[in-house]
Structures are given as structure tokens and as C-alpha cells.
Design a protein around this ligand. Sequence first.
Ligand SMILES: NC(=O)c1ccc[n+]([C@@H]2O[C@H](COP(=O)([O-])OP(=O)(O)OC[C@H]3O[C@@H](n4cnc5c(N)ncnc54)[C@H](O)[C@@H]3O)[C@@H](O)[C@H]2O)c1
Length: 254
Amino acid sequence: MKRLENKVVIITGSAKGMGKETALLFAEEGAKVVVADFDEKGGRAVVDEINANGGTAAYCMVDISDSVQVQEMIKFTVTTYGRLDCAVNNAALKPDNNTFEDLDEEYWDRLQAVDLKGTALCMKYEIRQFMAQGGGGAIVNISSINAFKPTTGNPAYQAFKHGVEGLTKAAAYEYGVKGIRINSVAPGAIRTPMLASALESMGMEEKDIVPTMSLIGRLGEPREVAYGSLFLCSDEASYVHGTVLHVGGGFELL
Ligand SMILES: NC(=O)c1ccc[n+]([C@@H]2O[C@H](COP(=O)([O-])OP(=O)(O)OC[C@H]3O[C@@H](n4cnc5c(N)ncnc54)[C@H](O)[C@@H]3O)[C@@H](O)[C@H]2O)c1
């Protein structure tokens, strides 16, 4: 028996990076996967890969900062696969790259709209769908080590990732009694296009950050984070609720 056999799952931001790897892993574990992303080309390529490997997936175009599009994403899921069982709210923009005194207000607004409000909107309509089905369901929000530990030069990202942990706790407090489990995964430094782009903006390479960002001596791989979300969405985590799973090579102890 696969760990997510016939479960219907939405994974936002799954055209690349950790979201993509989560979509591939969940499909291998028997889930019907909605690949939800505003990158249509990348999203459709992930769907093709899953279907070519014998899995089940469909692409949904969504910008999670737009409430109407998030509602359409839920409708698309229910129309395509009949219900919703789990969601991994993973989509986010790359961190800002300014010191505090140079805080970029324009990027602040965009990051807030995607990373914080977008995650909240996804939760709102996922929870409504779970309730309409009579309760049950699992949500995993992808936050960051930056929700627990500061780094230099990305104050907006850090603030909104703290917010994602706040959303996780607030919703967990209310909806456990309805059988809806809500948790977060906090990745450390993971080898994805987002990290590559952030390093490039800072004029740095992987080897520059490993000593201060991992006790294991290397970056994490997207699949290592995907396994964390898989556990939290699976029935093996039936009593795990309102908590955070750090997947960061011990970064939080450094
Ligand atoms: N890479 C890291 O080291 C790292 C560390 C900690 C936390 N995270 C978090 O992990 C998650 C995944 O990061 P990643 O590194 O795989 O990122 P990535 O940039 O490689 O992929 C992000 C995906 O999200 C999509 N996306 C962005 N904004 C969207 C929107 N408004 N609507 C729909 N889709 C949107 C992008 O198109 C892309 O496919 C993010 O929440 C990120 O903040 C990443």
C-alpha cells in the first residue's frame, strides 16, 4: 500500500524546486496531484513527467496572491478529482536582498501578497473545502529556518515566514477538532532555483554558505524536504498537529 494511495493533493509552487520534487514524490506514493503554479510551461512539464511515469497529475494555473484564482484552484481540483485530501502550501517568491535601512517597500508588498497573504488564502479555501466534505484533511505550510533564526539582508522574507508559522498555529488551534491537521515544514538551505538565484544576487556560491547553514556539511536536496511533507500528509502523522518539522541539517542549532 502506497502512503498517499488515491489521496487528492494540491501542491502550490510545484513547477520547480521543492514543490516539483514534492509533486513527483507524492505521485510515486499514489496521490492524485494538482500541480498549481503560475509558471505554466514548468507546471505542465511536471505533469507530463508524472503521467509518463504512471502517476496521476493535472496542471492548474494559479497566482496564489489572487483570491479568485485560489478559489478556482480548489474548484479545478474538485471538478478534476472529486475532492481534496491534502495541501502543501509551498509557493513563495525569492527573499529580498536589502539591509534593514534600505528596506524595499515595493518588494515588501509583493512578498507579503504572495508569501503571507497567498498562503493564508490557500489555507482559507482549502479549509472551506475540507469542511464542505465533512472534516478531515491535512495542510502543510512551507515556512523557513528564517521563521526561527535570522540571516543578514532579507528582513521582509524573515517577517513573512514568521507569519506563515503564525498562520499554521492559528489555524491548528481552531481546526484540529474538525479533524483537519495543520503543520509546517521549515527548510534550511536547500539546493533549488530559488537558492541559486538568491546566492547569485548576493555574489556568493554554495561553498560560502554551507559552514554557517548546515551541521551536516552540505546543502539539502529538495527530495529531503519532500519526505518531511509526505510524512505530515500521511496517516502515519495522524496525531501530529500544530507543529513544525525542521529539515535543515541542524541549521537551527548553529
Ligand atoms: N531553497 C531554500 O533554500 C529554501 C529555504 C527555506 C525555505 N524555502 C521555501 O521553500 C519553498 C519552495 O522554495 P524553492 O526554493 O523550491 O523555490 P523556487 O523558486 O525554486 O520555486 C518556487 C515555485 O513557486 C512558484 N510561485 C512563486 N510565486 C507564486 C505565486 N504567486 N503563485 C503560484 N506559484 C508561485 C514559482 O513559479 C516556482 O515554481 C518556498 O516557500 C521557500 O520560501 C526555500
